[in-house]
Design a protein around this ligand. Structure first.
Ligand SMILES: [Zn+2]
Length: 256
């Protein structure tokens, strides 16, 4: 079986649209649909027909392009059961622990609520690919709009349990702002300090900082490290529960 080709596109102001393509069957999926125009242009340029859209959550900047993409390509839309009625946009619905086939690859659905209650992440184990949208970002995590901080912490722990060599694609390019906050939450972390410098260089050159790897995130992302004594100490909360420490890190980032 051939490896999937991945194309990451800029969309809207700071969203990513991600296309995954199987060169043998020609099957092509878009992870979310932030904006139709750049996705349609990329499909046209590559001569790809969009067969699927995998929706992570109901926010407008992740589903806005669906009607135009469906009209142009007739793609089947798969999205979380929890927002099927609210959006009215999905042909197939999925929930936690389910998997489905994409061109011979098993796509696992991992419910990751917190940012929204419906949020799911998609994991393709045989390709080491994770699409975490607005749950896990490079050096950050999504704002907790609908869930609670303990719920988001549990969701992040599910993703953290995946292998270190997992390649992580996210919903937004927020890495520089995240990195500037992260060094305040984990000030003694040498790997993180080095990463901030790399990210500043990439962004100064106008380059994306994504994808990232789960191993790098486990070592440097303070939102995955709420149970690390160094982060607890930086929050002045040594001895508190990881969920409480996570909530404090998230609250400080919201004010940062
Ligand atoms: Zn969102």
């Amino acid at each position: 079986m051939a490896d999937l080709e991945i194309v990451q596109l800029n969309a809207r102001s700071d969203n990513f649209a991600i296309l995954i393509h199987d060169p043998q069957s020609g099957r092509t999926a878009s992870i979310d649909a932030p904006e139709a125009a750049p996705i349609l242009a990329e499909l046209e340029a590559r001569g790809w027909q969009l067969s699927d859209i995998f929706v992570t959550h109901k926010h407008y900047d992740h589903i806005d392009g669906i009607p135009a993409l469906k009209q142009a390509h007739g793609a089947a839309v798969t999205g979380p059961q929890a927002s099927a009625a609210e959006t009215g946009l999905y042909d197939n619905t999925v929930s936690d622990g389910e998997s489905f086939d994409f061109a011979g690859h098993s796509v696992e659905v991992i419910e990751t609520p917190g940012h929204t209650l419906d949020h799911v992440s998609y994991y393709i184990a045989d390709q080491n690919l994770l699409f975490s949208a607005d749950t896990l970002f490079a050096l950050g995590c999504g704002r907790v709009f609908e869930g609670s901080p303990p719920m988001m912490w549990e969701s992040l722990k599910k993703l953290r349990a995946l292998p270190d060599d997992t390649i992580v694609y996210c919903g937004h390019e927020y890495t520089l702002a995240n990195a500037r906050f992260a060094v305040t939450a984990d000030p003694e972390n040498a790997a993180l300090a080095g990463r901030l410098a790399e990210i500043e260089e990439l962004r100064a050159a106008g380059k994306p900082t994504l994808p990232t790897s789960l191993g790098v995130e486990k070592a440097t992302n303070p939102f995955l490290r709420a149970d690390d004594p160094a982060v607890a100490a930086a929050m002045g909360m040594s001895g508190a529960s990881p969920a409480e420490i996570f909530a404090e890190v998230r609250a400080r980032k919201d004010r940062f």
